[in-house]
Design a protein around this ligand. Structure first.
Ligand code: 6MZ
Length: 368
């Protein structure tokens, strides 16, 4: 059993839907909460109970995020969380990570959206357990050729390597002006690994039209866009989002027949977060999850964690869950994992290096 787990961990993987603050280690969150409890900012005993709770509805998840943001939003903590999250994904052989986070402003501690993002980038630079490539290849520092092949990552003697790219999230509670500020910041930070924009946050809040101007601007300026789409039943919004033709969508739990027809004909890749969907009750059980239908229809899809900290999961765990729930073998899962490379927002040169990494790892595998 342990060897089986090792196999899934050793498989190179691509993670495209991971929220920074949702991927925080439990131990780090509890440590921060305890320190704030000692300072009298929060009541630790109340907070501990909320953090340790396992099953949460979608609404409870967003209440927890509000609490997490109170606990984590200062520059040094953001830097530490980023460093740990990258190390955790690298430790299970994620070789390309698209990490998304919502730039936050908090005047009382001198935090602007920009300084928040600078703290994130500082976290990327602080990683020492693995080699991190986060700048695009046309800049010397992030040149994947200089970075070297990622093919030795399964060999315990070499330092692991991971490509990290950033997506800036627009929270659905934000205004058009806030969203525009995030897009402008993303454009200014392209040389620091920002490749796109995500729209996320509580799906029962906010209106699509509020975000559309900023998303259109992002697209005109060459940023890629992924949207949380159909996380709750909202047929009109789903339709409008699909008509926008985002480069990817996340979740797609409440698509109706005509939405699927539309998404399939446009071949919009879907980021699938199995554990998250089940835990939040968006999907009642694995046997009715849309992964099955999409997989058999050969629709582009990518397995992702969403919030590995909140939902106590890992990308290896999501691959195991998909394989066991839908009767797929390792060969099929490797194919699915390799395909994810085609849907990343980074450049073609990065894709080439990642394909090589997969193929050279595959030479060492046997499928039974
Ligand atoms: C929608 C989600 C989410 O940005 O502070 N987020 N938005 N649906 C989900 N499914 C459960 N999970 C996380 O990370 C936390 C933020 O990501 C979004 C929410 O806006 C949450 O506050 P950052 O790093």
């Amino acid at each position: 059993m342990e060897r089986e787990m090792e196999w899934w961990i050793s498989m190179p993987k691509v993670e495209l839907h991971a929220h920074l603050n949702g991927s925080i280690r439990d131990s780090t969150l509890l440590e921060f909460a305890k320190a704030l409890g000692e300072k009298g900012v929060i009541l630790f005993s109340d907070v501990e109970h909320v953090i340790r709770k396992n099953d949460r509805s979608l609404n409870e998840v967003f209440k927890l995020f509000d609490l997490i943001h109170i606990i984590t939003t200062d520059h040094t903590k953001v830097t530490r969380i980023t460093k740990e999250v990258v190390e955790d994904f690298a430790s299970e052989n994620v070789i390309y990570l698209e990490l998304r986070t919502t730039p936050k402003r908090n005047d009382s501690i001198g935090m602007s959206k920009r300084s928040y993002m600078e703290a994130v980038v500082k976290g990327l630079r602080a990683v020492d357990a693995v080699d991190v490539n986060f700048a695009p290849h046309y800049l010397g520092e992030g040149n994947p050729l200089k970075f070297g092949p990622v093919s030795d990552i399964c060999n315990g003697t070499t330092k692991r390597k991971i490509f990290v790219r950033l997506l800036l999230s627009i929270d659905r509670r934000e205004t058009t002006a806030d969203a525009m500020e995030t897009v402008k910041l993303a454009l200014e930070m392209r040389d620091q690994g920002v490749v796109g924009i995500d729209l996320s946050g509580n799906p029962t809040v906010g209106d699509w039209m509020t975000f559309l101007p900023a998303l259109k601007f992002a697209r005109e300026q060459g940023l890629s866009i992924t949207l949380h789409c159909g996380e709750v039943p909202n047929p009109k919004e789903i339709q409008a989002m699909l008509e926008f033709l985002p480069e990817r969508v996340g979740h797609a739990c409440f698509f109706k027949e005509d939405h699927w027809e539309n998404a399939k004909s446009s071949k919009i890749p879907v980021e699938i977060c199995l554990t998250s969907n089940i835990r939040t009750g968006s999907i009642s059980s694995m046997d009715v999850h849309h992964f099955g239908d999409l997989y058999h229809a050969k629709h582009p899809l990518i397995l992702c964690t969403d919030d590995s900290g909140i939902f106590s999961t890992s990308l290896s765990g999501e691959y195991i869950l998909a394989a066991s729930s839908f009767g797929l073998g390792k060969k099929e899962m490797v194919e699915l994992g390799r395909n994810a490379i085609e849907f990343i927002f980074a450049d073609d040169e990065t894709k080439r290096v990642l394909r090589e990494a997969f193929d050279s790892a595959a030479e060492r595998w046997s499928f039974d």
